[in-house]
Design a protein around this ligand. Structure first.
Ligand code: ME8
Length: 635
């Protein structure tokens, strides 16, 4: 039996409203827990809220209510947002709860009782003086300030001196480093792991476990003049919720016996990758197995920080795209683990292209043909149909391939595999033109095509269930399937649908969304393999000027180009070296597709693709007519 899977999100600050950054981590954690459950693994998914600290006290005072009233109110906005997004967390931890308070006392007691290898106390009392930003809830170093201000909050920090209890971090660093190097505690992606290992070369002073000035917090059991430092309080949520202080069996199962995975963005790397494991080591508790730090994204190029910048309310997205559409869109913008930019203006076209056209249309077309030609009963499986073997092999690989991706946190790739399968099924359907088979009375072949597509849809409905639980349940009910067969094992079987099963659809699973009145196309268009305008419009093509060009070492067809796109400069790799010398192409204006996923070709990063025409054996660049400036959009 695999180890139980325990996944957490950060607990979010209650003085902020939920935005799509919070939603991103929470949806990802939900997906992981659901996927592992599909694969037969016992899973527990925790999220919650971080409710202490001076910022919350300030916000409550501003709202004219007590701190706890303020928290009670804002916690609901998080809980409601998660409900709207169909988040199935197993527990919700609040740092103002009694069980949490007990756990904080317990871990602090354990740390206080601990001695370092050379016999010193792990926890000691001392004075701390520093520049404190109430926005960040932390002391900032001079180096971190920009023009004397906190760069995140644009406020000058206050100079504070106070008595604190300190944690002797230095005593744990060598062992902690070893754990990270040996991957006993795995930090992912590798780039973040390197970043954490780099921190060991810097000065890592002991940190405070308590605060004297902050009043809204958990008072220390051994010194009521102090409250637990908000990060010590917050980090303990990961164990307080699963019984560290009050339910040893539960704690044994999920923490000691489970695979513990913390998800978050890289903004809180140091607290999670250094302070938290060091605290656990001091308290004699196992460290987490994996810390996965996904990317930090911007919205339309703007930073989405706590108090500044653009934010998108996930509830608004749910209103527009539904819970499932929102989950799908957020998780497919860029690979999990790298930074990205979210461009909300692209959501509708992507929804229509991926969900309404590719997936939704396939369902509608296949099921309607079963209803019309086979009286709504699933026909017999195919026998020797062109392209079926190939499709079948792809489908057979899908569940394991997706599982493997999920095991390695490649969420976008797992979803991508399922969508590639959907597109392959569409192609199979189009190639075999079942509408012609129906006209010609070739019932066996027609039935075979429809059966094969229903099978693909069944497999896809399992693999995409963790992403879009309610839509995939809807799809499964079209195929008369319930939750009893909603397992990865079931998806691994082929020819699993019983001929004769009732197959019916009353309304489209993914109705097309209106783009604009002018572009609107009727619901349920037949997919004839042509792109609709909105799909084509997703390609962002621009005029670019070639600034520099050079050959790519070891690749005689490739040139590496530095291009000017008006607002930015980029590097692309193009297979035109046989047709254009670096000298000839330098200075030319060309046309580049700019919104492709970055790729690495022969070890060289390429962020875009130029347009060229094949003329016999020659390649000729497509060039703009007239003197157009770099960055001009091709529409
Ligand atoms: O830091 N891109 O809470 P928080 C991606 N209470 N993810 C984002 C994001 C963005 N632009 N913005 C926020 C705290 N997130 C502490 C945590 S845990 C013991 C205490 C997500 O409300 C991401 O998961 O500021 C990030 O780590 C988290 O929200 C920060 O949430």
């Amino acid at each position: 039996m695999p180890r139980p899977f325990y996944v957490t999100t950060p607990i979010y600050y209650v003085n902020d409203k939920p935005h799509i950054g919070h939603a991103y981590t929470t949806i990802a954690a939900d997906l992981l827990a659901r996927f592992h459950r599909l694969a037969g693994r016992d899973s527990f998914f925790l999220t919650g809220t971080d409710e202490h600290g001076s910022k919350v006290a300030e916000a409550a005072a501003e709202a004219g209510v007590s701190e706890i009233e303020f928290c009670d109110r804002t916690v609901q906005t998080f809980q409601q947002a998660w409900k709207n997004l169909d988040i199935a967390n197993d527990d919700f931890i609040r740092t103002t709860s009694e069980r949490h308070e007990k756990a904080v006392w317990k871990i602090l007691d354990a740390m206080r009782a601990a001695k370092t290898a050379d016999g010193r106390d792990v926890v000691y009392s001392d004075y701390y003086e520093g520049l404190y930003c109430t926005g960040c809830e932390k002391f900032l170093t001079e180096k971190e300030l920009v023009d004397g201000l906190c760069p995140d909050h644009l406020k000058a920090p206050e100079k504070l001196k106070e008595k604190n209890y300190f944690f002797r971090l230095s005593a744990f660093l060598p062992l902690l480093k070893e754990k990270i190097e040996s991957e006993e505690m795995l930090i992912l992606p590798q780039e973040r792991r390197r970043e954490v290992l780099g921190l060991f070369n810097q000065d890592l002073p002991d940190f405070s476990l308590s605060r004297e000035r902050v009043k809204w917090g958990i008072p220390l059991s051994f010194d009521e003049s102090q409250v637990a430092y908000v990060w010590v309080d917050a980090l303990s949520n990961y164990i307080s919720a699963i019984g560290y202080a009050d339910d040893p069996d539960k704690f044994d199962k999920w923490w000691l016996g489970g695979e513990v995975v913390h998800l978050m963005a890289k903004d809180i790397l140091k607290f999670h990758c250094l302070y938290w494991p060091a605290m656990l080591m001091a308290a004699g508790v196992k460290t987490p197995d994996t810390i996965f730090l996904h990317g930090f994204f911007t919205v339309d190029g703007q930073k989405m920080s706590k108090s500044l910048g653009a934010k998108i309310d996930p509830n608004d997205m749910v209103t527009e795209f539904g819970a499932d559409g929102t989950r799908y869109l957020l998780l497919t913008q860029y690979p999990f683990g790298i930074d990205g930019d979210i461009q909300a203006s692209r959501f509708v076209t992507q929804y229509n292209s991926d969900l309404a056209n590719a997936l939704g249309n396939l369902v509608s077309r296949v099921v309607k043909m079963v209803m019309v030609n086979f009286d709504g009963r699933l026909p017999e499986p195919p026998n020797g149909l062109a392209g079926f073997q190939e499709l079948f092999e792809k489908a057979e690989r899908l569940p394991n391939a997706a599982h493997e991706h999920i095991n390695h946190f490649r969420i976008g790739k797992a979803i991508g595999e399922a969508m590639t399968m959907v597109r392959a099924a569409n192609k199979f359907f189009n190639d075999l033109a079942p509408w012609k088979l129906a006209k010609e009375g070739r019932t066996n072949e027609l039935g075979g095509v429809l059966y094969a597509c229903c099978e693909i849809l069944r497999i896809v409905s399992v693999v995409l269930f963790p992403v879009m639980p309610s839509k995939m349940r809807q799809l499964r009910s079209v195929l008369s399937l319930g939750d009893d067969t909603l397992t990865l094992d079931n998806a691994r079987e082929f020819f699993n649908l019983e001929p004769g099963t009732e197959i019916r659809i009353d309304e489209p699973v993914f109705p097309r969304l209106k783009t604009s009145p002018r572009k609107e196309s009727p619901v349920e268009t037949e997919d004839d393999g042509l792109l609709d305008i909105s799909e084509f419009a997703r390609a962002d093509m621009r005029v670019a000027k070639v600034l520099e060009a050079e050959a790519v070492e070891g690749a005689d067809k490739l040139l590496k180009l530095q291009i000017d796109l008006g607002k930015e400069k980029r590097q692309i790799v193009a297979g035109i070296a046989k047709h254009y010398t670096p000298e000839k192409i330098t200075g030319m204006s060309i046309i580049v597709v700019t919104n492709l996923k970055p790729v690495t070709i022969r070890g060289v990063d390429s962020q875009g693709m130029l347009l060229a025409v094949t003329k016999g054996k020659k390649l000729v660049l497509v060039i703009p007519d007239g003197d157009l400036p770099p960055g001009a959009t091709i529409s």
